[in-house]
Each structure stands twice: as C-alpha cells, then as structure tokens.
Ligand binder design. Structure first.
Ligand code: SAM
Length: 461
C-alpha cells in the first residue's frame, strides 16, 4: 500500500494552507475534505505530462501500489448531485438512447452554479471550448482529414443524437424546472460541450461476469475526480479498480521516479481515441490500433468475383443467410488489429459461406448447418482466431484470400490520400512540423489504419 500524504503536493513541491486562486490547489484542498487520499509518491502537474494536467511520480512506485483512493461519495453522478431529487422524480422522462441525459442534466447545473459542492473539481476546466474532438471541427475538415477512418460517420451520428436528445428530452425538462435550469444559459452548445467532456473524462464501472451473463445494460457513466486527471497510453502503468466503497488507482507495473502515471481508458484504437477523447497516440506506439473493413466491402468483393447472373443470385442468397445468422449487417465492420482479426466468428463464417460452392451451400443450408455454427461458436473461436491471425493469412484458401484482398483494396480507396502521401508527411520533418494539431492527429489515425490494410494486401496476395 502506498503511504498517504496529509496534504497532496502540486507541481513537485509547493503546498499551501488557506484558500488560493489556483484551481489546482483549491481542488487538492477539496480532495482532502471529501476523503480522497493520494500517495505522497505522486504529484499533479501541467509540465512534463502528455497533455495539460497529468500525474507524475516523485518516487519509485512498485507494482500493485494504491496511488490514490476515491470514496464513492466523492464520485459525481445523478445520485450525488444537488439536483438528484428532481432527476429521480423525472427519471422516466430522462431516459434516452445514450443513457447519459441524467448525468448531463446534473453537470449542466453543477457546472454553472457558483454554489456547487463540486465547484473546486469542475473549476479545473473553466473553458470547455478547449475540447477539440472532431465533433467541433467543420464538416469539410472532417471529410478532408478523416474520410475513410470511420470518424465522420460516428460524429454525424453523435451530433444527430445530441440535437434530438436536447430538443426532445432536455429542453422540455429545463422548461419544467425554471428554478434550476435556464434555456438561455443551458444551451445546446453547452450541452454538446458537456457531452464531449463526459466522453473524454467519465468512467463506466465494468459489469460483473454475472451481470454480463444476464445481458444487463452497461452501467451509467460517472465523473471520478483525480482519476480523470490521468492521461492514457496503450502501454499504461496504472488502472482503476472498483471496490464496494472506493475506487482505487493501482499501479500495474513499476513506475520510476519522474515517469508519468498513465491510466488506461480501455483498449482503444487511434480512431476511437480521436473520436471520443480528441487525441491520438503517435504512430506506431498504439499497440491497440485497428483498421475496419466495412462488411459491405466484403460483399462488394464477392460481387467482383461473380462471373454470371447465377453466381450473383447465389451471392445474394449467401449474404441474406449471413445477415440472418447475424454474422454481417449493413453498417457493420470486420476489425483487424496488429496480430489478426478481432471479429473472428463473423469473418470466419462469412468467408466460409461465401467460399462454398453452390451445391455445398444448398446442402449446408438444407441441413441447417448454419444453426450448428451458432451453437459451436465458442469452442471454435480459438481455431478460427488462429486461422485468421496475420501470420496464417498466406495459408488461407485462395478464394478467402481474394475476398480479403479485394475488400482491403476497396477500403483503402475510401481515403482521400494513399499510404505513400501520408508516409511522406510523417517522414518529411519540415512538412510534419507544419501540420496543425488537427492535421497531425488525423494523420496518426489514417496512417495506422492504412498500414494494417496494406499488410492485409501483402499477406493475401
Ligand atoms: N490531461 C487531461 C486534462 O488536463 O484535463 C486529463 C485527462 S482527461 C481524462 C482526458 C483528456 O486528456 C483527453 O481528452 C485528451 O485531451 C488528454 N489526453 C489523455 N491522454 C493523452 C495522451 N496520451 N496524449 C495527448 N492527450 C491526452
């Protein structure tokens, strides 16, 4: 267990008594008041960190040490906000697709109320306009920099949902409670910024195995002071553990003095980091990076391989069956990571069905072989995963390789530039230095995806 300092340190040393105009010092005093304890081996800083605030080790930390511990009472969500009674009473009318509206209503109130209990915490981010997720870029900029990455489509969906949620749920609720919210102050603009804030700063408690088995809905998001000061890298050295009364940041390996304490926000590809958190890890450091091949591109690859009307009819039959089996869907994607495909069952069965000669397919369909596929799913997962690992791709049946090859080719054609152009930008020091922050982040996302897709082209030749 880490030893706990009485007064947490700021910027490697200075401590203070009494009130101060410094948001960080005010926050640390508040932490003490709410029972949040911090190891004396770390300090918060805006210097020497990956981005703005972050946590640095002032002494070596061993694996398994508790770096800080937050009582559940110091976590902000719909049951700990001042407006909890109103939110509880209006629970049904606040239900939404995202499941975030109650937290967002709470944040709108707490963020704009001078008397908020959470003020010293939320004052760390006085200007939400500093958030630079792609949802704040212009549509043209998203298309120019991110076409092909999947981000423009995800953002369009987010913006449509946010607009709908605000006008259909939030605004009517605001009008019902003019003593707490005001449409002039709690605008769609503020709501959208808070959505981005929740995307980048909130935590979701993972479901237990039993809850997963019971197919329980995911837990609602919550704001976790101190934990949300930590930056993320795929090669992280700490993670958040959830116990009955506390949330604890625990080191997962030794952290040397001077190193930044990095949390994990999950196994996030660069496109997900940029979409949800507004940043990307520099290529090639994100070991969780992935590239998506839209399922529709595998269908297109199937169409390209047909030679007759009969072949085309057979392809449509096969695709319809795959839809019925829930192996493919209109908007779905096969996901490829560094070592192989992550959507194993879906891709394996798709290739298997598309690669079947007509008679075999008819027989398999008649004998309801596809129902067995669904039952055997789990047992076969390992075998399928091995067959679709990057190193095994060259040994796949030629028809399967051709499908992956063509689908990767179609996917690469959906970007605005090719791999070489992006490689040029990365390797030409001067051009690289001239990139704006948005251009730089978009480049890391695009390039990582294209490298994976090119690897697929090579391995399926
Ligand atoms: N640095 C944040 C701050 O000062 O408010 C605290 C972490 S907050 C949970 C998440 C945000 O930190 C992200 O939206 C992103 O802006 C930034 N961030 C986290 N990890 C990062 C990294 N490795 N590189 C760049 N920015 C990062």
């Amino acid at each position: 267990m880490a030893s706990e300092a009485k007064r947490p340190k700021v910027d490697g040393g200075s401590t203070s008594e009494g009130s101060s105009g410094d948001p960080l010092e005010n926050f640390l005093r508040w932490c003490e008041k709410v029972g949040l304890t911090l190891s004396d081996k770390v300090y918060l800083s805006r210097e020497g960190t990956a981005a703005e605030y972050g946590m640095l080790a002032s002494r070596d930390i061993e694996e398994g040490e508790v770096i800080f511990s937050i009582p559940r009472t110091a976590v902000l969500f719909q049951s700990t906000t001042k407006v909890k009674a109103v939110l509880e009473e209006g629970k049904t009318s606040l239900e939404s697709v995202s499941g975030w509206v109650s937290l967002l209503m709470a944040l709108m109130w707490e963020y704009t109320s001078p008397e908020s209990y959470w003020g010293p915490y939320l004052s760390l981010w006085p200007d939400l306009k500093a958030l630079d997720h792609p949802m704040f870029w212009s549509e043209q900029e998203r298309e120019r920099l991110l076409q092909g990455t999947g981000i423009p489509e995800a953002v369009d969906k987010d913006l449509a949902n946010i607009g709908r949620e605000y006008s259909d749920i939030v605004l009517p609720f605001i009008r019902l409670h003019p003593d707490l919210w005001d449409p002039e102050k709690h605008t769609l603009e503020l709501y959208t910024s808070l959505v981005a804030f929740v995307m980048a700063y909130s935590f979701q408690e993972p479901l237990t195995d039993d809850e997963e088995d019971d197919e329980k809905e995911p837990n609602f998001p919550m704001m976790v002071p101190m934990a949300d000061m930590l930056n993320h890298v795929s090669n992280h050295n700490a993670h958040l553990e959830f116990t009955l009364d506390f949330l604890k940041m625990v080191s997962v390996r030794r952290i040397r003095r001077g190193e930044e304490v990095f949390n994990t926000y999950g196994e996030m590809a660069n496109w997900q980091l940029l979409h949800m958190y507004g940043f990307a890890e520099p290529y090639p450091s994100n070991s969780n990076d992935t590239a998506d091949i839209p399922m529709s591109n595998v269908y297109k690859a199937g169409v390209e391989a047909t030679k007759s009307k009969e072949d085309q009819r057979l392809l449509v039959d096969k695709w319809n069956l795959l839809c019925e089996m829930e192996m493919v869907g209109e908007k779905g994607a096969f996901i490829f990571g560094q070592t192989g495909v992550l959507t194993v069952t879906e891709l394996y069965n798709t290739l298997k069905v598309l690669g079947m000669p007509a008679e075999e397919f008819e027989e398999w369909k008649e004998n309801e072989g596809w129902e067995e596929v669904q039952e055997e799913e789990e047992e076969d997962e390992e075998k399928m995963s091995r067959a679709l690992s990057m190193e095994a791709l060259p040994q796949l049946a030629p028809a399967w390789r051709r499908l992956i090859q063509a689908a990767a080719r179609f996917t690469l054609a959906s970007y605005r530039s090719d791999l070489r152009a992006d490689q040029g930008l990365l390797e030409d020091g001067e051009a690289h230095a001239r990139l704006s922050s948005r251009e730089w982040r978009a480049l890391q996302v695009r390039y990582g995806q294209k490298v994976i897709l090119h690897k697929l082209l090579e391995l399926t030749q």
